[in-house]
Design a protein around this ligand. Structure first.
Ligand code: ASP
Length: 439
């Protein structure tokens, strides 16, 4: 058994959190490769080290004095080092960072130091080898992640290495220039390492006991999802459920490695297991509910649309011309609706309307804004009759008017459009019918 374990910022925010992590790693010999984030917030008013680094570097770039800002960052690490009674000094590292800040080597380099330094502390604490991610995570000259080169280099480097700490979030171009992934990107590094060593499992340790069936800001104490497939997760995270970086699934998914989301503060909880496929029937018909507000429905009418070859393409070309991506595309015989993000669309709406008229000559176009989309996701829907019926009756009982319904042919999800103001009521009604009443 071989496990790659990634710990998020809140799991590494203080010496106390580090010792929880130490216990977790030592409790299981197969936890051989550790990917740390930078220290996160210790409380709600605290600042993440990554943000402190960005702010400090902004001062350097503006040629202002950044030494006290950098000193505050060093104090964060020193309090961890002292709290763990380690004999480790980061003075030399901080001197080097200050020099590089003066040379203005880049914001990516600055941000990456959070993980880099935390990796050094973690390796010292665990007695593992430290491997600088800049040596093994490769970006190409355009700054894009190079998956093949990374996989080759990383698997070679780790082949004879029993235990290692590889900091998350960054890598480097061949010329040595440090590059980071987008925010939250240590999740991606963990996945890349798991793939390179062909791990049996990628454990992603955070501060919640897994994915919840629904947003806890809307549903009080929602249940945890025990098992979810990669495809279900894609649908849910796309619609706003966030625990794991969206791009973190790709490396392990291709290698058939499951991800286990675990809670550093409650290691006894099993968390959520993310798998390629499972024959285990889900406990509820639905796996999860997620959604987002702020969409516009662009309703396009044209008589005999259904027999006009190329109509859809012409309509979509109008959106493409203005760089707007669409979310959903339900259609009827003589109507077609394009759902787009209101924020993206608002400023360009009149240009898009005139482009649709020019390209597709519709009879009329009608816009309706302030729409929320809700995704009800579940592999269990495929084998259960009447899921859509149940959703509709729950919404009708809750007095919610359904503007749109769209079920993908995979029967994995049903997308429902409601007014923004009905969003929370609708989610509560759906959760109630499928989870509270245990149907
Ligand atoms: N430290 C980085 C961030 O705050 C990356 C991570 O935590 O995954 O975004």
């Amino acid at each position: 058994m071989l496990k790659v374990v990634k710990f998020g910022g809140s799991s590494l925010a203080s010496a106390g959190q580090f010792s929880k992590v130490g216990k977790i790693v030592r409790a299981d010999e197969s936890r051989r490769y550790v990917v740390p984030s930078a220290p996160g917030k210790r409380n709600s008013k605290d600042t993440k080290v990554t943000d402190m680094l960005y702010q400090c570097y902004a001062l350097a770039e503006a040629e202002e004095n950044f030494s006290s800002a950098l000193k505050k960052i060093q104090e964060r690490y020193d309090s961890i080092i002292n709290g763990l009674n380690l004999t480790l000094s980061l003075n030399k590292e901080f001197e080097m960072i200050a020099e590089n800040f003066k040379k203005k080597v880049g914001a990516d380099y600055a941000a990456s130091r959070g993980e880099y330094l935390n990796g050094i502390v973690m390796a010292n604490y665990l007695g593992f080898e430290f491997i600088d991610a800049a040596e093994v995570i490769v970006f190409d000259t355009n700054g894009e992640f190079d998956a093949d080169k990374t996989n080759e280099r990383l698997s070679k480097r780790l082949k004879d290495c029993e235990h290692a700490v590889i900091p998350g979030f960054y890598g480097a171009r061949e010329d040595g220039m440090v590059k980071t992934f987008s925010r939250g990107g240590s999740d991606i590094t963990g996945s890349i390492v798991a793939k390179a060593v062909r791990a049996d499992i990628y454990e992603n340790w955070t501060d919640v006991s897994g994915f919840l069936i629904a947003d806890p800001r809307i549903i009080k104490n929602p249940e945890v999802i025990k098992v979810i497939t990669y495809r279900e997760l894609r649908e849910l995270s796309y619609m706003g459920a966030t625990v794991l970086h969206e791009d973190a699934v790709f490396p392990v998914r291709k290698a058939g490695i499951p991800i286990n989301i675990r809670n550093t503060n409650a290691p006894e909880d099993e968390g959520t297991l993310i798998v390629e496929s499972t024959c285990r029937q889900p406990y509820y018909t639905i796996t999860g509910i997620a959604g987002k507000k702020g969409f516009v429905a662009v309703n396009i009418d044209k008589d005999m649309m259904n027999s006009e070859v190329g109509f859809g393409r012409k309509v979509l070309a109008a959106f493409e011309e203005h760089g707007i991506s669409f979310e959903h595309l339900p259609s009827g015989i003589d109507t077609m609706t394009v759902f787009v993000h209101q924020e993206e669309f608002e400023g360009k709406e009149q240009q898009v309307l005139s482009a649709i008229h020019r390209l597709a000559q519709p009879d009329s176009i009608d816009l309706e804004g302030d729409i929320a989309l809700i995704a009800v996701v579940g592999r269990g829907m495929r084998s259960t009759r009447g899921t859509a019926g149940r959703i509709f009756s729950a919404l009708a009982h809750a007095n919610v008017n359904v503007k749109m319904i769209d079920q993908g042919s995979s029967e994995l999800n049903i997308i429902i459009g409601v007014k923004n103001c009905d969003f929370e009521t609708a989610i509560r009604a759906i959760y109630d019918i499928f989870v509270e009443t245990q149907i």
